[in-house]
Ligand binder design. Structure first.
Ligand SMILES: Cc1cc2nc3c(=O)[nH]c(=O)nc-3n(C[C@H](O)[C@H](O)[C@H](O)COP(=O)(O)OP(=O)(O)OC[C@H]3O[C@@H](n4cnc5c(N)ncnc54)[C@H](O)[C@@H]3O)c2cc1C
Ligand code: FES
Length: 246
């Protein structure tokens, strides 16, 4: 984990409310499914905002985010050359060393971005990866999965492309050694249920409002089968069987 000041390389609007921002990495450590706390304001907003790592190179980190409130609105105003504070990589990340064979990554909405770096790292470890990407209407990020995935399945609830409905309708969990999912809790619950029926291991990335991001304030604690756990420090990745009762 590292706290540092970085410089924005680009901040591009992809859809009505989705942006992708690239910043200099300054040798910050990162693994699949981890997130950074971001801040580009001084006094008016005190808390940093958690955003997952979408892509990483030796020199850069990319974050894909949806503008929903004050913090993300401010992030969206940043331009090339602007300064930004970062703290990370945070959280446990997906357990790459435990994952082998054929893996499905299944994301919904802004749960999709962290699965891109995850697919890349899984492919580098010799896994075969399929992606299941669920959208509400406007599509984004699909092409960035192509280098790392064998098959990519797409659904949208309202849009014109892909299967019209929920991405969970398309998942054939029995084809996989494990399923990794990130997105709305209702979607992850369904993925967990499908995986439980087929006895396939499922890892979920939980979201929670965060204050410190480093395990100190306990503000992001959630109940699990192992007792209360901090999403920022003990998670955000948990076994589905520890989160959801089937
Ligand atoms: C580990 C982690 C990783 C994340 N990764 C991404 C990512 O890659 N891309 C992305 O777009 N977003 C991601 N998020 C969500 C992101 O942190 C929030 O959207 C952001 O903090 C909102 O800040 P804001 O100031 O714009 O909105 P605020 O003004 O703080 O809130 C606006 C509205 O959004 C709700 N809200 C705020 N934060 C959350 C949250 N965490 N979950 C549910 N509702 C929330 C508030 O209740 C309020 O209604 C992640 C969250 C976590 C915990
Ligand atoms: S946000 Fe403070 S403990 Fe998780």
């Amino acid at each position: 984990m590292k706290y540092f000041q970085s410089t924005v390389q680009s901040n591009i609007q992809l859809t009505d409310d989705i942006f992708v921002m690239q910043v200099l990495r300054h040798e910050a450590p990162v693994s699949a499914g981890q997130f950074f706390m971001l801040k580009c304001w001084d006094k008016e907003l005190t808390l940093m905002r958690p955003i997952s790592v979408y892509q990483a190179t030796e020199e850069t980190l990319s974050f894909m985010y949806r503008v929903i409130g004050e913090g993300t609105r401010k992030l969206a105003t940043l331009k090339e050359g602007d300064s930004i504070s970062l703290l990370g990589g945070l959280g446990n990340g997906y357990p790459l060393e435990q994952l082998h064979g054929r893996i499905a990554v299944l994301g919904g909405g802004v749960g999709i971005p962290p699965l891109c770096l995850t697919a890349q790292m899984l492919q580098e470890r010799g896994c075969t990866v399929d992606a299941y990407l669920g959208f509400r209407d406007q599509l984004f990020a699909i092409e960035s999965f192509e280098p790392y995935c064998q098959d990519i399945f797409i659904s949208s609830e309202l849009g014109p492309e892909g299967y019209r409905g929920y991405i969970t309708d398309l998942l054939k969990a029995e084809k996989y050694d494990a399923v990794l999912t990130c997105g709305p809790e209702v979607m992850m619950r369904k993925v967990a249920q499908i995986c439980a029926e087929k006895q396939v291991t499922c890892w979920c990335s939980m979201e929670h409002r965060m204050a410190c991001g480093i395990g100190a304030c306990l503000g992001c604690s959630i109940p699990t089968a192992d007792g209360m756990k901090r999403v920022c420090k003990d998670g955000p990745i948990f076994l589905s069987t520890h989160l959801f009762q089937q």
